[in-house]
Design a protein. Structure first.
Length: 224
């Protein structure tokens, strides 16, 4: 087993990272797949199959750890009409991400998204599709690439929390200005599209060449 990290954050949020060293057959022997999951997996080819299986296995282990299910049972990860994954019959929202040999999973009681990304030297080629003018103005030459990776991860995690297609990363997914800090940090985010408008807190960690970013919906205060 290659669990790198599993930790419990505030407000019932669970985070896990897995380094894939296993074969597809290992994960298949550990998982009881739902019929919908079997159909989905049948349409996946190559390396993406083991990534898909590893993410489901890590979700299962995390649910066992919090007492949501027993080891021999399992909650299937199904997709809604927009293709957004959800835990059938569970109160947890979930999100997962893959990059190279790593898989990241987050479980939360609020809308959430996660992104893990290995360092990409040519990330600057997507800057014009990713950042608004205000966001681009916060970049500094000395840390430009690292800062860009965090913006990328932040917007990918917001996109996953939104869970629908047809969205402009520059106009609809907004990240508040933040200074790049090595190792870890936080920023704010907002999704605004048609009648959908939600605020999020975002957090990031860096581990070697990997950038991990996740978002959590900020629920408005309830007036008494």
């Amino acid at each position: 087993m290659a669990l790198i990290e599993q930790k419990r954050l505030e407000h019932g949020v669970e985070l896990g990272i897995w380094e894939i060293a296993e074969t597809e057959s290992y994960f298949l022997s550990q998982l009881r797949l739902h019929e919908e999951e079997k159909l989905e997996l049948a349409n996946i080819k190559g390396r993406r199959r083991v990534e898909w299986l590893a993410s489901r296995y890590l979700v299962h282990l995390m649910l066992v750890d919090v007492g949501e299910v027993e080891l021999a049972a399992r909650i299937p990860v199904l997709k809604d009409e927009f293709g957004k994954p959800h835990l059938h019959g569970s109160g947890y929202y979930l999100s997962f991400s893959h990059s190279h040999s790593r898989v990241a999973v987050i479980l939360a009681p609020v809308l959430t998204g996660i992104d893990i990304q290995a360092f990409v030297r040519k990330i600057h080629v997507i800057e014009h599709r990713l950042l608004s003018r205000q966001e681009a103005a916060t970049l500094k030459d000395s840390t430009r690439l690292e800062h860009l990776h965090l913006y990328w991860g932040a917007k990918e995690s917001l996109y996953k929390a939104y869970g629908r297609r047809d969205i402009d990363f520059r106009k609809n997914l907004l990240v508040g200005p933040f200074d790049f800090k090595p190792e870890s940090g936080a920023m704010s985010g907002r999704i605004t599209k048609d009648d959908f408008s939600r605020n999020f807190e975002l957090h990031y960690e860096m581990d070697g060449e990997y950038f991990l970013v996740w978002c959590l919906e900020i629920k408005p205060a309830v007036e008494l």
